[in-house]
Design a protein around this ligand. Structure first.
Ligand SMILES: [Zn+2]
Length: 440
């Protein structure tokens, strides 16, 4: 009995330690107001924001998805940022408020609803993870006034702006996407935490709550993408097309802050292949390509010096809470680089290939499409070799090493990440945790 009790106390102490360190890590070191940059638009305009507060739950306000025609939402979110910068004490201790006035600066500058590639960013997300198949991504999309247009993009999350939203929100608890001008507030499809927040916001802003947008189908919408990953997401549509409606929306945001952290849902643990997956890492795995790209987890998540890490068959995912104000809060580990060490300079330059002067290598033509459509540079990193025929496989296969993985072309032309995670796991050096506490 004494032994069992001691074990129980140790387990309890470990849990308390985790509770102390995990949510507090950001809070202890962060000043209340931080300006940040998330990346650049298609035409190279900076996408930036400000974070107010340093609590563990991230509530994001995102304006101006629809560029010029909805410039009033840009004005609104800018004014909200100014207000909360001047009144950081309005953000409760449990929350940090991340405010991004525009994620479509090209559309804003060009006066278009779409981005500079002619893609509607609110039709470009992969919405297949939620329980509403009718909203799944389509190339041809519906819009106001019965307009049907091929503006969903060539594939889900084809646009750099969509990928910025996706990667920035991986660790979010809740998000508000401001649009105009239908005068309603609606939640992510069939997602109860989103429904609850939409009602609270609508009450605070004196807008009308509707449970579902029903004028036309919104396919590939940001709110439904978020809801599918367990992020509470709401879309307020301002009443007018030209006024920021600042007082109303400040009331809506204040209402969300007042109900506070308890209603901002935490990322949930999921089990895949019989193993628990760290909640934020699960979102990245799920939305970046899941089983098809990365395979199944091989181990439970493990604690690292700066966050969490988890090994999958074809990649290792790393989650660093301190990088929350960026698009790299989750990244693939540098398994490709580790597998070859520093690569030698390029021997030849293919005039048709994209050349990276940083490493002196080309993005080899057979891998270029796969590399680009599955996330490009942030996902796979720079090429460290040219495409080479591997002698290790029989028949020999074409391979190219990138910083975060190795791409290989199968005999049927099919391209996949080499199972470097499985190789590491088989070598056994990943089996025993080297530091810290292993997660459940
Ligand atoms: Zn809109």
């Amino acid at each position: 009995m004494a032994v069992a009790k001691a074990t129980w106390i140790r387990a309890w102490a470990a849990v308390m330690l985790l509770m102390l360190f995990v949510p507090g890590a950001l809070a202890e070191s962060s000043p209340p107001v931080v300006h940040f940059t998330l990346g650049s638009s298609t035409q190279g305009r900076v996408i930036e924001g400000v974070r107010i507060g340093s609590g563990p739950r991230k509530l994001a306000l995102i304006g101006n998805t629809h560029g010029g025609p909805e410039a009033n939402t840009y004005e609104l979110v800018k004014q909200l940022a100014t207000y909360f910068e001047a009144h950081p004490g309005d953000v409760p201790a449990g929350i940090r408020l991340d405010i991004v006035p525009t994620i479509n600066p090209d559309g804003l500058a060009l006066g278009t609803r779409q981005n500079a590639n002619g893609v509607d960013l609110n039709r470009n997300m992969d919405t297949s993870a939620d329980s509403c198949p009718e909203n799944d991504w389509q190339h041809v999309v519906e819009g106001a006034y019965g307009i049907v247009s091929p503006t969903g993009g060539p594939y889900p999350e084809s646009e750099v702006e969509s990928r910025i939203v996706r990667d920035f929100l991986l660790d979010a608890n809740a998000v508000v996407f401001f649009h105009s001008n239908a005068g309603v507030v609606f939640p992510a499809c069939d997602h109860q935490p989103s429904i609850t927040l939409a009602k609270i916001f609508a009450d605070g802003a004196h807008y009308s709550f509707i449970p579902k947008w029903n004028k036309y189908a919104i396919t590939g919408g940001m709110h439904d993408w978020a809801g599918g990953l367990g992020i509470a997401a709401i879309t307020p549509e301002l009443v007018t097309g030209d006024q920021p409606e600042y007082e109303q929306n400040l009331g809506g945001v204040q209402a969300l802050l007042k109900v506070g952290a308890p209603l901002l849902p935490s990322p949930q643990e999921h089990r895949e292949g019989g193993l628990p997956v760290q909640p934020v890492i699960w979102r990245a795995w799920k939305t970046w390509g899941a089983q098809a790209l990365f395979g199944q987890p091989l181990e439970p998540p493990r604690r690292t010096a700066d966050g969490w890490s988890q090994l999958f068959e074809r990649a290792r995912f790393e989650y660093r809470p301190a990088q929350s104000d960026s698009t790299s809060v989750v990244q693939l580990a540098l398994l490709g680089r580790d597998s070859v060490g520093r690569a030698a300079p390029a021997v030849s330059a293919d005039p048709n290939a994209r050349f990276f002067s940083e490493t002196g290598h080309n993005l080899a033509a057979p891998f270029a499409d796969y590399w680009q459509t599955n996330g490009g540079l942030p996902m796979f990193g720079l090429p460290l070799t040219e495409a080479e025929t591997s002698a290790e496989s029989d028949p020999p296969r074409l391979r190219q090493v990138f910083e975060r993985g190795v791409l290989e072309q199968g005999s049927n032309g099919h391209i996949a990440l080499l199972p470097l995670g499985r190789q590491l796991w088989a070598q056994g050096d990943m089996h025993t945790p080297t530091s810290g506490v292993q997660a459940r």
